[in-house]
Design a protein around this ligand. Structure first.
Ligand code: FAD
Ligand code: DLZ
Ligand code: SF4
Length: 520
């Protein structure tokens, strides 16, 4: 029997690092490198993740391990049901160090402060060098973002985005932006109608690996939210690329026009549904942006769509990550409005007669995905208006969405949606009455509530809650110039009308249970 080669370096690869060209693997010798992949109970339960999300991550991990082995790598893979598993990243790295006696450890930086803390302790704990590599799947490193942010009074995403355009050369003509404008968002706010041709994402039937994972998740996580029936997400890089091809062929041209639209029963509209794959590492963000630009240059997609898409990725996605790491581990506890309400139980059951909420929640509970404007202007808006504790809202988003990891979920939820940081990410809260939802969707026409009424039986709850939110938080918001028109309207309302509005909101708030509060 030949002696197995000595292990020079152990490379732990996490569930959101499923990229073949990960920085911790650059230039390694396949004969003396051991890749460690760990399914661990701590990661599956640190929040009560949606069961579809766990199934997606574990299946994608198992497929990635197969692909790595086929590419000549040695992979040490620990399954969730391993009877000797310690259940944690650190415990599994310790066991793997004992198995392989590596000279050193190399790892790509993680997506959460929580895991960064674990990695920082490994060198002392294991007594061997631990190199934590920059995650070069992102365009801006932490140092790049800090350099951009330093000395600025306000961290305006639009200016960061322009820098990223210059840096990547995407949609640039020399120093000038393509089309002589940086941003075509004004053209991107069209409501959609159901008779338009609807592109559909691909559906991938579970193979034996995925089926095994689905059985495991059903058995191990009966108390986690979300369904597993009809699981059809991509779980390999090839499948994710096929979904990207479908998006570019069918949906990219109208992506911009209908970016903010919502329609009953239409779960995907012209969105890409690629965020789970991007965030797990099955797709590369810059590749997708270059592909989008190629669609524009070939005349197959208009500039407003392509610019909008590229802005979401090199703008918002990179900016959110920059904010997460810059603001530090305490960011999660910011609570500008000092809100304490727990989320109502219907966030976990979908049992509400508000049609907009039901559409967003049913889809989320079934598929673990909802598009941006549903997350922001329906479920997020409602949580903000009722005064939910932003930490609880953050936990709900982190557990429920298939693309949620703290680096991206936290700034979107606590920052952008709940204004928990007091306006670091936006100059005013994303709060809206039923009018906004009605303008961008067909929901209100199908709702038992009347979107045109603020008070009285059957009035849309969003309307009274919106004004109550402004009145309740007057001391914190009246000075905001972007809300001066709203406060002028409130001031002009007859006192009796103001009182009736607040009473209507109070009665809605009193009807809410707080039973759905997550327990961690
Ligand atoms: P598309 O509409 O096709 O957009 C294209 C891509 O742009 C997405 O795939 C995504 O990678 C990127 N993108 C767009 N907006 C954002 C954004 N605000 N932040 C980061 N990337 C963005 N996105 C996540 O990836 N993970 C999250 O946990 C997450 N939580 C959110 C929570 C709230 C409250 C809100 C308002 C938004 C959140 N988003 C999150 C952003 C956005 O909703 C999702 O990226 C998008 O819905 C994913 O679907 P898609 O791939 O079809 O996106
Ligand atoms: C989200 C998640 C889940 C549910 N399970 C695992 C797992 O078993 N093993 C793993 O390596 N990663 C998992 N992940 C993703 C990690 O939580 C993620 O890598 C860290 O939060 C760092 O971003
Ligand atoms: Fe939602 Fe109000 Fe419209 Fe009903 S009427 S769908 S509750 S915004």
């Amino acid at each position: 029997m030949p002696t197995p080669p000595a292990c020079d370096v152990l490379v732990p690869v996490l569930g959101d690092q499923l990229s073949p060209d990960l920085s911790s693997l650059h230039g390694r010798d396949r004969a003396t490198t051991v890749i460690l992949m760990m399914e661990v109970v701590d990661e599956t339960t640190y929040v009560r993740h949606h069961r579809r999300k766990i199934a997606f991550i574990l299946s994608a991990m198992r497929h990635h391990a197969e692909a790595l082995r086929a590419d000549g790598w040695i992979v040490d893979y620990v399954e969730l049901d391993d009877p000797d598993s310690t259940g944690s990243f650190t415990g599994e790295v310790a066991r793997s160090v004992a198995r392989h006696a590596p000279a050193r450890i190399a790892v790509t930086e993680p997506g959460e402060w929580r895991v960064r803390g674990m990695m920082d302790a490994w060198e002392t704990m294991f007594g061997i060098p631990v190199a934590i590599h920059t995650d070069d799947r992102f365009i801006a490193s932490h140092a790049d973002f800090d350099a951009w942010a330093e000395g600025r009074k306000q961290l305006v995403m639009e200016f960061f985005y322009r820098d990223m355009r210059r840096r990547t050369g995407l949609l640039m003509n020399g120093r000038e932006p393509e089309g002589d404008r940086w941003n075509f968002d004004k053209e991107n706010r069209k409501p959609a109608t159901a008779d338009l041709f609807m592109p559909r994402p691909l559906s991938f039937a579970p193979d034996a690996i995925t089926q095994g994972v689905l059985d495991l998740v059903a058995a191990r996580f009966p108390d986690h939210p979300g369904g597993l029936d009809g699981f059809d997400y991509a779980v390999t890089a090839d499948q994710a690329r096929a979904q990207a091809d479908t998006f570019f062929a069918n949906a990219m041209p109208k992506f911009g026009d209908y970016e903010d639209a919502m329609l009953t029963g239409q779960r995907h509209l012209w969105h890409s549904i690629l965020s789970p794959y991007l965030n797990a590492g099955l797709l590369n963000p810059l590749d997708l942006c270059r592909r989008a630009e190629a669609e524009y240059r070939a005349g197959r997609a208009p500039l407003n769509s392509v610019e909008g898409y590229i802005r979401q990725i090199i703008g918002w996605r990179e900016y959110m990550r920059g904010i997460y790491w810059r603001e530090g581990p305490d960011y999660v506890h910011r609570n500008f409005f000092e809100n304490t309400r727990k989320l109502p139980a219907f966030y976990w059951t979908g049992e509400t007669d508000m049609h907009c909420m039901k559409e967003a929640l049913d889809q989320t509970l079934e598929t673990a995905h909802a598009h941006h404007i549903q997350r922001l202007m329906v479920t997020g808006n409602y949580a903000l208006l009722i005064g939910a504790d932003p930490f609880d809202v953050h936990l709900w988003y982190l557990e429920i969405y298939i693309d949620a990891y703290e680096w991206v979920s936290l700034p979107n939820t606590l920052g952008m949606s709940q204004f928990g940081d007091g306006g670091l990410l936006g100059s005013k809260p994303y709060a809206g009455s039923g009018k906004y939802i009605d303008r961008m969707s067909d929901y209100c026409g199908r709702c038992r509530y009347d979107v045109f009424r603020r008070t009285g039986e059957g009035a849309c709850p969003f309307n009274s809650l919106y004004w109550d939110f402004l009145a309740r938080n007057e001391d914190k918001l009246r000075g905001n110039r972007r809300l001066s028109m709203q406060y002028r309207t409130w001031d002009k309302m007859a006192p009796a009308e103001r009182a009736a509005t607040r009473a209507q909101a109070a009665s809605h708030l009193a009807s809410l249970d707080e039973a759905g509060a997550p327990v961690y």
